[in-house]
Design a protein around this ligand. Structure first.
Ligand SMILES: [Zn+2]
Length: 93
């Protein structure tokens, strides 16, 4: 793979590890979604996408696939960052 092609892609979620945790996903509360800031997102080449958002002092993850949009609870940055790391290393789904 050329360097150019490699840099074109963003973060990819790896295959899920055999031992993993299931995060709790909630229906989005669109009323609360004013003034959110995108902190990170997975590569848009995949149907399943995760985005890390900051909303005020809290941080949450949104998961979007072909049929569904769900979000985690809004939690302290350190807690959500750990969940984000788990997702991006196949340790959570
Ligand atoms: Zn990609």
């Amino acid at each position: 793979m050329s360097l150019l092609l490699a840099s074109y892609h963003g973060l990819h979620v790896p295959d899920l590890r055999r031992e993993h945790v299931k995060l709790r996903w909630l229906q989005p509360d669109w009323q609360r979604n004013t003034r959110v800031r995108e902190l990170a997102k997975t590569c848009p080449c995949r149907v399943l996408g995760y985005t890390l958002f900051q909303a005020g002092g809290l941080v949450f993850i949104r998961r979007v696939n072909a049929t569904d949009t769900v979000e985690t609870e809004r939690l302290r940055a350190a807690t959500t960052q750990e969940m984000w790391d788990w997702l991006l290393t196949g340790r959570a789904v």
